[in-house]
Design a protein around this ligand. Sequence first.
Ligand code: G
Ligand code: G
Ligand code: MN
Ligand code: NA
Length: 254
Amino acid sequence: LVLEAALRNALVNNEFVLNYQAKLDLKTNRITGVEALLRWTHPEMGEISPQQFIPLCEENGSIIPIGRWVLETACRQNVEWQRQGLPPVKMAVNVSARQFSDPDLLQHIHDALDKSGMDPKLLELELTESMVMLNPDHTIRTLTQLREIGVRTALDDFGVGYSSLAQIKGFPIDTLKVDRSFIRNLPESDHDRAITEAIINMARTLSLTVIAEGVETEAQEAFLRGVSCDESQGFYFSRPSTAKAFSDLLRNHG
Ligand code: G
Ligand code: G
Ligand code: MN
Ligand code: NA
């Protein structure tokens, strides 16, 4: 209840910021993209984790204006980095279930792209399996419209849901993000090695890009490179950080 009351003023009081975490291409060793991650610091309560407040925003509907702010802020930041002479990178934005079912989502995306002048091809939306499985007809319609304007989509936390190969095949998505629960015990776990390889092979068959999330060690990264995983994201290469820290990383690492 205290949190909900505080949330009501968070947007107007400028209490949200975005952090950014790099995505690394495992073949070229270049940064190919970045994920925007919402952070909330309340003046008295301090930092509150998105795992705590995002479910509340989903429930009370405030995820719609907050999600809109995230989209617009991420797009503006992407354009700003290029204005500073940095190489273009894909900008990934998390979309919640309620946002995905919101009939105004496409309009909000158009607005964010128009206001910022960002190239739609650099925008990637991260959706979870559970939300795309809820209403497959709506999902296909929405994904098709996004593809028509050039916006990319990724299935986040992939492998923990219940989507079958047959269903995924019908969705015009671009990327699978292998859930970090499969990465955690690599390379030791026989099971997780087999699952990760199976997801990578499946992604290949469907011409999807595959990225591993939660990569925390050199051994995990080496294993993933060895099985031709396309990209890697996690604390090993880079933790989520401020826009300034990310732009320094991009400038120095490329
Ligand atoms: O960044 P962190 O690991 O604390 O994120 C925790 C959870 O919050 C993750 O599931 C992540 O996808 C989600 N999350 C982070 N930022 C956003 C956002 O801007 N919008 C939505 N809907 N979820 C987010
Ligand atoms: O569900 P989603 O993939 O959007 O969640 C992103 C969250 O994962 C972010 O909150 C980020 O802080 C967290 N994260 C990113 N890299 C790592 C990692 O290497 N290990 C762990 N445990 N969490 C990570
Ligand atoms: Mn994500
Ligand atoms: Na994820």
